[in-house]
Write a protein of this length. Structure first.
Length: 379
């Protein structure tokens, strides 16, 4: 094999170096480091009472070229079709649609939760699940926020808007714990300030702004690099995600989430466990239903009314049966003393029924939201 001359070898080496430099410049130009910096590209929004007007204003201020996907949970009736997507589509240039199970997350679009289905994030896809209700709702804001924080970490911007009680607080706490950003509507301007107030008190917020400023703020935040959290995903978060997806509370390890309490789940009468994390004091039953302490109080006091009506029905039913027996004994000309005893017992039973009726008519559902309205009047 012929040897290369020293001159040719040097020329070849110089050509090779020049080619390598050109390739390197090309590669660096094509794969600039900025391309590998993750942005905040997932916006999750929760709203309840008063939420339609707030959402209309929010989406109207989002640009057509928004570099993020927007997922929305609004508490709606489970028994009727939702027209939220159609309402919001009239207010924005971004495409709006109702979530489909298994669809990929699409940047520059708005997806709204289906009635009676949790909307969850799983990697880069969306899931519609029929997991247990959280805070008396399905879809629940906490479930969406929690799943987004688990899969996207610091890429998440969570937004809490107007609403009663406190759904979204625990989920917002998880978003911030995983490095995400929290944006909360100013409680003073919200039609129902309880949800924003609870979020600020128990989870904290990176930005508390009015609706008029929120659209521009979100546009700015999605252009910023996502924060990175070294906090490992907790066992508690993994268990709660399994419950939201599969409804397997007992098998998923719900009893390990905290101490057993003397309280029972208003929905299924299962034992409630006090959860140790999540910002606001919370509970889960062994079948998976979840409650903040405020939602639990509201639901328990609602069920008290149902129990009182049931007791009244039973007492009045027994009074009717006693009167029926009294008439039967009198009409059959049996011992009149027994008929009189039945009548006496019926009258006593009706007096007790009046006491129960008074209790049920005076009973009120209680929560932090309305405690000022139900406190006893000064005598």
């Amino acid at each position: 094999m012929a040897e290369r001359s020293p001159q040719r070898s040097a020329r070849d080496d110089r050509s090779s170096l020049a080619w390598s430099a050109q390739v390197g410049m090309s590669v660096r130009a094509r794969y600039h480091p900025s391309m590998f910096i993750q942005k905040r590209d997932l916006i999750v929004v929760g709203a309840s009472a008063g939420g339609i007007q707030a959402l209309k204003q929010l989406v109207a201020d989002l640009p057509r070229d928004l570099e993020a996907s927007v997922l929305i949970v609004l508490h709606v009736s489970p028994s009727a079709p939702s027209v939220l997507a159609e309402i919001l589509q009239r207010c924005t240039k971004l495409p709006v649609h109702q979530a489909e199970d298994g669809e990929p997350i699409a940047p520059g679009s708005i997806t709204v939760a289906r009635p009676d289905y949790h909307l969850l994030v799983e990697a880069e896809t969306l899931r519609n699940t029929r997991g247990p209700r959280e805070n008396r709702h399905r879809p629940a804001i906490d479930a969406l926020f929690r799943s987004a924080a688990h899969s996207h970490g610091g890429r998440v911007i969570a937004v809490v808007l107007t609403g009663a009680l406190d759904d979204g607080t625990a989920g917002l706490w998880t978003v911030r714990d995983r490095g995400g950003m929290a944006v909360v509507q100013q409680p003073e301007e919200a039609d129902f300030p309880s949800m924003p107030s609870s979020a600020i008190e128990y989870a904290g917020a990176d930005h508390v702004v009015g609706l008029g400023e929120m659209g521009a703020l979100l546009q700015r935040l999605v252009r910023e690099p996502a924060s990175h959290s070294d906090t490992p995903i907790s066992k508690e978060l993994e268990i709660e995600l399994v419950i939201s997806k599969e409804g397997r509370g007992l098998q998923g390890g719900v009893m390990s989430l905290g101490d057993i309490t003397p309280y029972t789940c208003p929905e299924c009468q299962g034992v409630l466990v006090a959860l140790k994390e999540g910002g606001v004091p919370r509970f889960r039953c062994h079948t998976g239903h979840a409650y903040s302490i405020n939602n639990l109080l509201a639901d328990v006091t609602e069920h008290v009314e149902s129990s009182l009506w049931s007791a009244l029905r039973s007492i009045e039913e027994s009074a009717m049966l006693l009167e029926h027996l009294a008439k039967h004994y009198r009409s059959s000309k049996r011992d009149p003393k027994i008929a009189s005893l039945f009548e006496y017992k019926a009258q006593g039973t009706l007096r007790r029924a009046d006491l129960i009726r008074k209790a049920v008519l005076e009973h009120q559902t209680v929560s932090v939201d309305n405690i000022d309205d139900v406190k006893p009047k000064a005598r």
